[in-house]
Write a protein that binds this ligand. Structure first.
Ligand SMILES: Nc1ncnc2c1ncn2[C@@H]1O[C@H](COP(=O)(O)OP(=O)(O)OP(=O)(O)O)[C@@H](O)[C@H]1O
Ligand SMILES: [Mg+2]
Length: 250
């Protein structure tokens, strides 16, 4: 079964210039899919379509077998429970403790639980991503960048989503922290069967290490989709250049 199925997705913001130009992509349930590509090729626009934040100009997006165009706005908001998103800068609430940050979606969607249960659930998620209890009452500004990533990830997985989206999870991090975040993506992915992880990244090493499948976007379409091996063996010039640059850089 495909977690994500995109057919001929086109998107224009001004009615004239197309950012996505007939994009086709399938992501198998249970896989880690990495989406790579040069800057400005539409990766973030694609991500926002998956979350229902942008509407396609044409084409079909199905997620977990549901055509998301069929969902009303109110249904879309509950459908979003299927998603966990780790934004690039973790996007935490500055004036809430790390624990309160993780409790935020739980408070919103798990009103069936008591306060104590919600707090326990949030603690368990922070524990799962390896954040020590001594940091639970600190503000995001009082913990390190790596810890903020952990908090962001704990919040992303708070509702046990089936699909986890990572938007440039390691951009701007040092090599040690990059490896730590990549490890965290892997361990989170493996923490439950059936999770689908979608990682948008500039980091080719991460894509090759994490990705069961890798899709390279170019000019609003998928230029190549395959395994790391397919990327090394390709004849497509632009992919070769991307691979050479990515491998040379580190
Ligand atoms: N809301 C918007 N309105 C108009 N144009 C947009 C909007 N969002 C994105 N675009 C355009 O769509 C194109 C693709 O942008 P996108 O952010 O998806 O690139 P990207 O592949 O994520 O690049 P990067 O690797 O730099 O993050 C860009 O030309 C951008 O200007
Ligand atoms: Mg982007």
């Amino acid at each position: 079964m495909n977690a994500v199925e995109i057919q001929e997705l086109k998107k224009t913001f001004d009615g004239e210039n197309y950012v996505l130009k007939g994009l086709n992509l399938q992501i198998e349930k249970g896989n880690i899919a990495c989406i790579i590509g040069f800057s400005g090729t539409g990766k973030s626009v694609l991500l926002k379509h998956l979350l229902g934040l942008y509407k396609p100009s044409s084409g079909v997006i199905s997620i977990l077998g549901k055509n998301i165009a069929d969902l009303q706005d109110s249904e879309m908001s509950s459908f979003r429970c299927n998603f966990g998103v780790l934004f690039q800068d973790a996007a935490l609430f500055d004036d809430m403790s790390t624990l309160e940050n993780v409790m935020f979606p739980i408070n919103e969607y798990r009103k069936d639980l008591s306060y104590k249960e919600r707090k326990e659930l949030a603690s368990a998620k922070l524990d799962q991503v390896g954040l020590g209890k001594e940091h639970f009452n600190k503000l995001p500004s009082q913990v390190s960048g790596g810890m903020r990533k952990r908090v962001g990830l704990a919040r992303a997985i708070a509702l046990d989503p089936d699909i986890i989206l990572y938007d440039e999870p390691t951009t701007g991090l040092d090599p040690i922290m990059t490896e730590m975040v990549d490890d965290l993506i892997l361990s989170t992915h493996r923490s439950r069967t059936g999770i689908t992880s979608i990682v948008i990244t500039h980091d080719l090493h991460a894509a090759f290490r994490l990705g069961d499948e890798i899709a390279m976007l170019d000019k609003g379409k998928v230029l190549l989709k395959g395994t790391a091996e397919d990327f090394f063996n390709t004849d497509i010039d632009l992919v070769k250049r991307f691979v050479e640059k990515g491998v040379k850089k580190t």
